[in-house]
Design a protein around this ligand. Sequence first.
Ligand code: EPZ
Length: 422
Amino acid sequence: MDMIRVQGGRSLSGRIGVSGAKNAALPLMATSLLSREALDLANVPRLADISSMAELLRQHGVDIQQSGDGSERVMRMSCRDLASTTAPYDLVRKMRASVLVLGPLLARAGEARVSLPGGCAIGNRPVDLHLSAMEDLGAEIDITGGFIEAKASRGLRGGKIAFAQVSVGATENALMAAALAQGESVILNAAREPEIVDLANCLIAMGAKIEGAGTDTLRVQGVSALHAARHTVIPDRIETGTYAMAAAITGGAIELVGARESHLTAANVILRKAGVTVDETPDGLLVKAVNGLHGTDAMTEPFPGFPTDLQAQFMALMTVADGAAMLTETIFENRFMHVPELARMGANITVHGSSALVRGVRQLRGAPVMATDLRASVSLVLAGLAAKGETEVRRIYHLDRGYERLEEKLAGCGALIERVPQ
Ligand code: EPZ
């Protein structure tokens, strides 16, 4: 398996173009199941998770064609007829976001059989909220042989969905299903992430009637069919935040081209408190850290709070800050797997339950490391950029799931980083 090798200690400077958002593109691709007409998606990143979703959709009967190059690249998805309403175990276990086909299949065909996603490195991640939302829209749900079997033989009907907890994926499934349900649906305690707004905008372009995207209450008037549309995926706010931390941890300056301040407000407030300068430019955001870093506390929260998907990267930053930082994870139960690996590089971190106390050290030292999820893995790359000597990050298939051309983008700013085939 390939690994990433980093020689640390270089200050990064330059420009990085932000790719399309993985977590926006995945649900957007699933909307192709809702219509007989073509959906054209621009700015879809080239990532392993996107290929997994494409494979799943193809077996449901979606024809997927890619055309153009660079910013002109378009993924055309057409599903004239569904070929199957079953999402098999082998595809779902590769990627949990596969559960996003549940709502669209049920809405379009009145039935869906989706393998239950199994355990996950970062937490239990149940799908109860997805299932109760489908029941609120009139579906009957059974769990049999490891599969969610959902049926709505007379079609879905509008209903009131009041989520007990904020869930990005469950809100997305509910929104896609409600778009084709008969009558009005109201979704309360909805997630407000930019990816939800992007999904709503795409559905609206396809003819859906949705109000309230970006707030905690979504109102959907169901329509009988959706039509062809073209939509551009929003820039990846987590990729943006990750490279902002790469600039910060190396005392460098990187302009993140295409980045949107409004998608990262909470993270930017915390970065500024930590001594990082974040300024809007005509092309995106310019991130600089020239006067050192101060220990700064952060707690993860649903949007607009500080994102759990940046917690590991911010922890890497805090390992070399002046003073201590308390980082509290409130979204996932097991999202500190990077801690023992950062410790192998000389970080001083103590975990108490859902909080980690990070005491800044003067210098990290390179080491062979590996992690069991995407954001944990990239936090080790960041640590490697700041460390003295060589760091080898193993199990990089995690990185390939969510970072497009990571080594190329960092090397373009002066990092000594390479992919080493094994
Ligand atoms: C999305 O996952 C993202 N994935 C995750 O990104 C991200 O970490 C997460 O949202 C939180 O922001 C995609 O968008 C594809 P949730 P999702 O449902 O939708 C609990 C990354 O690194 N919950 O908002 O699965 C759940 O266990 C990834 O790119 C239930 O209890 O997250 C968690 O504690 C990892 N029951 C909390 O809600 C449910 O039915 C929030 O999860 C659903 C969720």
